[in-house]
Design a protein. Structure first.
Length: 186
């Protein structure tokens, strides 16, 4: 089980984003930084950092403000905190699920992925399924990589075995929210 921290950042103005990654990489250990395609303001980004005992507190670069910070615990994935490098589309999808159903939802996800990832019609890989435990609730954050929007669109009708597991997971879910992003490489 790996621990990460998600920081949702807003740029105070466009000039603040120009040297953002350069400054950020000087001061933080980064798993990934994403800019929005849809569902995230053009003045915002999401940063996920591996959490380590020796890490210094996260300080957002000059010209930015932290909208929120959330602690993440890996479930089935990721199994490494090595920085992500694969370009493509990353969908962040949250699942509001009762705490007592988290383990079942993770199991259903993992079983569905066996059939979902090995498709000839599209290129997709769930790269992370995090549990976010809040004071009074929990939710899952699934991050899935797709080669492109065409792959995302084709993945809406996956293998029937994958669908069976994902439908069962949906029955445990109160609501979902998805945003599309791209890895910000600088």
């Amino acid at each position: 089980m790996l621990r990460f921290t998600l920081h949702h950042i807003r740029f105070q103005n466009w000039d603040a984003s120009s040297n953002f990654l350069v400054e950020l990489k000087k001061s933080a250990n980064i798993w990934g930084v994403w800019r929005g395609v849809f569902g995230l303001s053009s003045q915002e980004c999401i940063i996920i950092c591996p959490k380590r005992d020796s890490d210094q507190p996260f300080i957002s670069p000059v010209g930015t403000e932290i909208i929120k910070t959330v602690n993440l615990t890996s479930t089935a994935r990721p199994q490494s905190s090595a920085p992500l490098t694969q370009s493509g589309l990353y969908i962040f999808r949250t699942f509001a699920i009762d705490r007592e159903n988290i383990e079942a939802a993770v199991d259903l996800s993992t079983r569905g992925w066996v059939y979902f990832e090995d498709q000839p019609d599209f290129a997709a890989q769930p790269i992370a399924l995090f549990e976010v435990a809040l004071e009074n609730s929990s939710y899952l954050l699934l991050i899935t990589w797709y080669r492109d929007f065409k792959s995302w669109e084709r993945s809406r009708e996956p293998d029937p075995e994958a669908t069976k597991n994902f439908v069962a997971r949906q029955k445990l879910t109160h609501s979902t929210l998805a945003i599309a992003t791209r890895l910000w490489e600088g």
